[in-house]
Ligand binder design. Structure first.
Ligand SMILES: [Fe+2]
Ligand SMILES: [Fe+2]
Length: 149
């Protein structure tokens, strides 16, 4: 097997591991968000302030991992552009929420949790699934675990 092939297979293997793990962590966070909707404003604000930085980093890293892998595996270009645009819109909404929180000192956690969960489920269904199906097809027979969504 040529060195370039070996590198590609290694990259695909690592990509699957990373993306599966990132999706699990993102789902865990959306679940955790709901379990912290207690109706107590101070508690909810404290929870948001304590977790949103790491959550934003996780999401940004995840989007970059998916986008890099789409490029490396030569995913259909227009699909890639649409997918990336969706990622950017979500980040922009996230940034807006953080800015508003910084200004006002409070967040409507239930609304934020609902938006985040809705977005993640909808995005996976409409965008990630297309790429995952393509990815699993090109890695078939290479001894690489399936990418799950
Ligand atoms: Fe994703
Ligand atoms: Fe995505």
């Amino acid at each position: 097997m040529a060195a370039a092939d070996k590198n590609l297979i290694l990259m695909l293997k690592e990509g699957v591991k990373k993306i599966n793990e990132q999706h699990r962590k993102i789902f865990d966070y959306t679940t955790d968000l709901f379990s912290h909707c207690t109706g107590d404003d101070a508690e909810e604000n404290h929870y948001f302030a304590a977790t949103i930085g790491a959550a934003a980093t996780l999401v940004k890293t995840h989007f970059k991992t998916e986008e890099d892998l789409m490029i490396a595996t030569k995913f259909q270009f227009f699909e890639y552009v649409d997918h990336k645009k969706e990622h950017e819109e979500f980040i922009a909404t996230l940034v807006d929420n953080v800015k508003q929180f910084r200004t006002s000192g409070s967040i409507n956690l239930l609304m934020f949790a609902s938006y985040a969960k809705w977005w993640v489920i909808n995005h996976i269904k409409r965008f990630d699934k297309k790429y995952v199906a393509y990815f699993n097809k090109i890695t078939e027979g290479r001894g690489i675990e399936k990418m799950r969504v």
